[in-house]
Design a protein around this ligand. Sequence first.
Ligand code: ADP
Length: 383
Amino acid sequence: MTAFFAEHLKCGRQIKAQGLEEEEIKAGAEAINEQFKADLVFGFLFTAQTLINSIYQTAYTIFIAIFGSRMIRRGRMDSSGILTFQTYWSTQDRYLSEILTQYQNVKGTQGALEKVTDVLSYETEETGDANGPVCPEGNIVLENVSFGYPDGEEVLHDVNCTVPYGKSVAVIGANGSGKSTFFKLLLRLYEPDSGRIYIEGQTEQEDLHAWRSHFGYAAQNTALFSGTIKENILYSCGDLSDGELERLCAAVNLDEVLAEKENGLDEEAGEAGCRLSGGQQQRVAIARALAAKPGYLMLDEATSQLDFVNDRIIEENTRAQMEERSVIFIAHNIASARRADVIMLFDNGRLINMGTDSELMERCKLYREYVIISEGGSIDEEV
Ligand code: ADP
């Protein structure tokens, strides 16, 4: 029941917008009913235990009265023997009832314990030494990389490419074509099943800490934390001078947002950033990723909730902020992908083409189709 309400209360707006209140009320009542039934069973077992306990106590008193007095009459035990027997018996009785109570407690928390055990059974990631050697940034090379999620089918097949350093690289493709998975592999959130990923110039594979220290990451729904906007921005870098912070806010057009807030940068973002609009949250997330001055800025549809003017301005400013470093982004529109130095086109888990806009326009039919559709044309036309 707790899980049901925790999950569904968050989706209030979605439920209202889709007119699903009736169904949700029914599902909520069902969840309460389930809990009620479980509580009834628990109450029944508790009462049964109390009843059994008192029957047992009575039976035991009668037993001592009958057999104790008989043994005394027959001279096999004197009257103090009953007291000694009772003392021993009540000691073990206390332990017995303690065992029963603990058994009940264990059963009661078994559900929660199962989840905790499940989490504890996950393999611990070997992140390595935070102060380990950090290799120079350079082109990222993927050699024959294939990957499938645990217990699933292969979703990326034999990817070979060099992601150039210091460029803007757009990653495009249909839903489910493998773009986010490609990002996860670049961030080494997963390791490839076969093939390898390395930074050119590396003599040995860096440990995870060192590898990830090159990357900044912002996604469509990057969660912010409770705390001020400033604390959220500084989360990944510790501190910045006032001037740097100002420049950063200006780059992602946060300055205009902050001007409207009573406390400026010290305004509370709210739980998971709920006091900011989706677009404002995305700007804070990009500012946070930029603040750490990463070698590679990874943006996974990170400007999808911005209006088109802000989207364009932030795209340009972000590239300017990154100077000679890399911006690798999953593009939510073809127009911004076309402005990138290099475009990577994924289809069904394969990297089917990679090059500049004009190269892809010339040699890739699927890319031409994307461009035509994005411009409002029809792919029935000659492509
Ligand atoms: P895209 O970003 O292009 O929409 P994804 O990389 O998210 O595509 O997904 C590629 C494929 O991997 C899809 O078939 C998707 O269902 C599958 N997939 C994505 N994430 C997971 C996951 N965590 N577990 C299992 N399969 C996944």
